[in-house]
Ligand binder design. Structure first.
Ligand SMILES: C[S@@+](CC[C@H](N)C(=O)[O-])C[C@H]1O[C@@H](n2cnc3c(N)ncnc32)[C@H](O)[C@@H]1O
Length: 273
């Protein structure tokens, strides 16, 4: 296969449309590798919040598993919908949404394995433009889906609030904001702050024409709290999973070495007012 030059990594602004287009292309091109590399850790029907390995079965951030039966749940940035499959096994009624067609094809591939129950409802859409009526869902969740990649995350929060019924929970995990200041490396080089935590300029990889092919957006902890409150959501918990002794597995820049010293994941637990 002929491949073009390596994308150039830079820091520059990237708006809603450019970020969305870059994410869709990147995840379509990289979904196969992502599922090959992380599929075993994710499991086909496990709900894990991040590289530390905190399971929803243990954490119950959406509420006790016994209370999920019959509840409608929107999973945002679902990838191969592993979390939705766990929710369905608890009797919930999940809808798995993702921007990437290829990620959703992996969801369908798993659902079509022999012995699987009915396939999950899958929706290809952008988290900033949810194609659902107001107050359609009892719960919403996202494990590292969409929010790190979206330019207007305040808009995502407002969209989630709109489609949730009052009192509904919205739980999402993202890279812990303090990580932004450190090189994204699993080894010792990832332990020394190299850039400002307060610099919100996006991380962009661009091709030789200057078009973004990968974008990550940063929000400080305070930014996230303000966006949540402004959307009409109430923050009820902020979970920072500690790196467990049993987990020796690296995931990109997340590693036992860094995990013992720095938080890697932030999980925001919100309720629709
Ligand atoms: C790190 S993966 C997480 C996938 C899955 N939640 C998991 O834990 O494996 C991020 C996912 O977010 C999706 N995504 C990125 N930008 C999105 C957007 N604007 N709207 C919806 N999904 C998006 C990607 O396609 C990808 O599947």
């Amino acid at each position: 296969m002929i491949q073009g030059p390596e994308p150039e990594a830079t820091r520059r602004s990237a708006g809603i449309t450019e970020s969305s287009r870059a994410s869709r292309g990147w995840w379509d091109r990289n979904a196969d590798d992502y599922q090959i590399e992380h599929g075993d850790f994710l499991g086909d029907d496990r709900f894990v919040w991040g590289p530390e390995g905190l399971d929803e079965a243990e954490a119950a951030l959406l509420g006790p598993a016994a209370g999920l039966k019959g509840r409608s749940v929107l999973e945002i940035g679902a990838g191969a919908a592993q979390c939705s499959r766990w929710l369905a096994a608890q009797g919930a009624l999940p809808v798995a949404l993702d921007l990437s067609r290829r990620q959703l094809q992996h969801a369908r591939r798993i659902d079509q394995e022999p012995g699987r129950p009915a396939p999950l409802p899958l929706v290809q859409a952008d988290a900033a433009f949810l194609p659902f009526a107001d107050a359609s869902f009892d719960l919403a969740c996202s494990a590292y889906g969409a929010l790190p990649f979206v330019a207007d995350t305040g808009r995502v929060q407002r969209e989630v609030r709109r489609v949730l019924r009052p009192g509904g929970r919205w739980v999402f995990s993202v890279t812990h904001p303090v990580r932004w200041a450190f090189p994204d490396e699993p080894g010792p080089e990832g332990l020394t702050a190299a850039s400002s935590y307060f610099d919100r300029t996006p991380y962009v990889e661009q091709d030789d024409r200057g078009l973004a092919v990968y974008v990550e957006h940063h929000r400080t902890l305070g930014d996230r709290v303000r966006e949540i409150a402004a959307a009409g959501l109430r923050l009820v918990d902020l979970v920072e999973p500690e790196w467990p002794r049993w987990n020796e597995q690296e995931w990109g820049g997340w590693s036992p070495l860094r995990g013992r010293l720095l938080p890697g994941t932030a999980i925001f637990v919100c309720v629709a007012e």
